[in-house]
Each structure stands twice: as structure tokens, then as C-alpha cells.
Design a protein around this ligand. Structure first.
Ligand SMILES: [Zn+2]
Length: 78
């Protein structure tokens, strides 16, 4: 059982029918993830990120929210 989050409905739901989707990430290249379809809006949803105690990535954010971000050199981090 996997938990998914619909950002449109702000709905968390569980789904057994994980659909593997391959996509091309702007930074990392070819990737795959599991998706499910929202029971409310039928939209495509990604797995809900589970915060794992002890594995939290602190201070590892190397990217701001702008599409033109240059990573650690981005002016927002200066
Ligand atoms: Zn939805």
C-alpha cells in the first residue's frame, strides 16, 4: 500500500495500483516514479513524501524555486 497526495484537492489517499511512470527530469535525466489517480479529480498524483526521522536532509537544499536557478551559486543563497 502506498500513500499518494493530490495537490489539487489536498487529498491524501492510499492506492494499491501503483503505476510506474517514466519521465525526463530537467536535472537528473531519465527518471521513474510511481503515480496514482486521485479519486476526487482523477488527476495524476505522486507518492506522498514521507518524512523519515533521522534521515531528514538538513541544509541540503541547493536549489531555489526559480526555474533559472543556478544551484548553490544562485543569488538567492548569497
Ligand atoms: Zn484530486
Amino acid at each position: 500500500m502506498a500513500t499518494f497526495l493530490c495537490r489539487e484537492c489536498n487529498l491524501v489517499f492510499e492506492d494499491n495500483h501503483r503505476i510506474k511512470k517514466e519521465y525526463h527530469d530537467y536535472i537528473f535525466g531519465p527518471c521513474q516514479k510511481y503515480i496514482a489517480y486521485c479519486p476526487e479529480c482523477k488527476g495524476e498524483c505522486s507518492e506522498k513524501p514521507e518524512p523519515k526521522p533521522g534521515k531528514a536532509k538538513k541544509g541540503l537544499q541547493t536549489k531555489c524555486e526559480t526555474s533559472a536557478c543556478q544551484g548553490p551559486a544562485c543569488s538567492r543563497f548569497q
